[in-house]
Design a protein around this ligand. Structure first.
Ligand SMILES: [Mg+2]
Length: 187
């Protein structure tokens, strides 16, 4: 299978670090809880006001370097590859906030020993890319992405996060990489 995998809150524990920064810097950038309230949009890269944009611009690289790989991610990705699957890492991370998102992600993945077949950045909407790359299964923490892909006939598994946990969806969910591996065996 060609398996697409998102980075933030799927391979990595991004929301933990971004949340910590929003709380730390709210009083410095705006002091009106805007960063805290916008936290979900920030992690998705939907930055609709100037102060939030400035905050993310100033700290994206620093946060990006602090973000850690989730337990089991490397092990399961390697296992899936050794079983003949191709791994496509598909992320919304873009040059808007990282000087060179492709290079930043390549280096981050290399430093964390994550092996893959192809990395595709700048993908806020993932449908076209998933179709072009013949993705059979996409793993992502964004409910809307999973639902849109599912409608197009692409298999999806939603990675649970603090942000999506209480939202309603019919999409199959997993809590961790070991559960994800088992789910893939049952497809
Ligand atoms: Mg994500």
């Amino acid at each position: 299978m060609n398996i697409g995998i998102d980075i933030d809150d799927t391979i990595t524990n991004s929301s933990e670090v971004i949340k910590e920064y929003c709380y730390k810097y709210d009083s410095i950038y705006c002091n009106d809880n805007r960063l805290i309230k916008n936290f979900e949009n920030i992690i998705r890269g939907f930055l609709d006001d100037e102060i939030t944009k400035k905050f993310f611009n100033d700290h994206a690289v620093e946060m990006g370097n602090k973000i850690k790989i989730k337990d089991g991610a490397k092990e399961i990705i390697d296992k899936l590859r050794s079983e003949g699957n191709k791994i496509f890492i598909i992320t919304a991370r873009s040059d808007k906030f990282y000087e060179d998102a492709q290079k930043f992600c390549e280096e981050y993945l290399e430093n964390n020993n994550i092996n893959y077949d192809k990395l595709i950045t700048h993908q806020t909407y993932k449908i076209e890319t998933c179709k072009n790359e013949n993705i059979d299964l996409m793993i992502d923490d964004a409910i809307d992405t999973c639902e849109q892909l599912s409608k197009e006939g692409i298999k999806v598994i939603l990675f649970n996060s603090d942000i999506n946990r209480n939202k309603e969806t019919q999409v199959k969910r997993v809590d961790n990489w070991y559960q994800l591996y088992d789910e893939i065996q049952n497809l």
